[in-house]
Ligand binder design. Sequence first.
Ligand code: NAD
Length: 335
Amino acid sequence: MKVAVFSTKSYDRQFLEAANDNKHELIFLEPRLNLSTCILAHECSAVCVFVNDELNRPTITQLANEGVQLIALRCAGFNNVDLQAAKDCNMSVLRVPAYSPYAVAEHTVGMMLTLNRKMHRAYNRVREGNFSLEGLLGFDLHGRTVGIVGTGKIGEIVAKILKGFGTKLLGYDVMPNPECKEIGMQYVSLQELFAASDIISLHCPLMPETYHIINDDTLQQMKDGVMLINTSRGALIDAPAVVAALKSGKIGYLGLDVYEQEADLFFEDLSTIVIQDDVFQRLLTFPNVLITGHQAFFTAEAVQTIAETTIRNITEFEAGQPAPQNTVSIDRLRR
Ligand code: NAD
């Protein structure tokens, strides 16, 4: 199959070429996919895309006109795909539902530890010969209450790691996970979780029900000085509300691996240009904010599994046997 691979980075190419082993004709393209770049998929039967490619109705319609039949996502989330438009254009959507939940979970806990013990600040201080401990006071994780919103594959592993620290675990999910209950997680309402947690970590998908789940109102329900971590999807958080909560002290620590407007920022070296996003720039000024550029998934194990599953998805689609568990469709979502 001829496949246009959008948003290609050197590591995508390296792992996809190894997994492909010349089975498909992969056309590696650096631009992100959107309406103005979809012409690059000319004569391709599939597009292979990542989290910030824009698969809205106009783009999908144009891709269908170019002869594209398959959208192969190199990720688990599919919030960037208009599934109704894909159905209307008779286009299949395949994803990588699980690659390494450990990668994201471990990064999440890394953010908690960094923020609590202020490693990001200590690293810089020591390099400048400043060994003062003023301002570096942390707290024991042991005995603290952690609230996990979304206790699927990643949330479950975060919970299991945190259990090792001796934390009390609260969970909120529309479908509670028996594995989490088994390790002692207590499922509560979202309001109860917000009110009782010292640390809140988001691991639910982005969907209409979870859009801006963290907003002015829900922030007011939280403890003063709460630690908030989001390694899920940027639009779970209303960023201006979070800036206000950082200024008032309601939020004491903020860790973000994702950001609602990240499509214009992440995965690129923008170190020589002026960033125009004032909310993002304001976030960077707080000493108690740690931001990484959507790198939680980025381990060798995860990237290799993503590449192998993506190539298998394309091969099985070509053979007329797409894996049902990797297929995303508006009909399955409504069931
Ligand atoms: P998953 O499907 O295994 O788990 C998601 C959980 O959220 C499920 O248990 C589901 O029942 C729950 N959920 C659904 N609607 C909810 C709601 N309204 N409120 C609370 N919970 C709800 O997914 P996963 O593999 O654990 O991934 C979680 C999220 O992590 C993904 O949606 C994706 O956005 C994000 N992610 C981020 C990265 C990264 O690099 N930062 C990488 C992979 C995944």
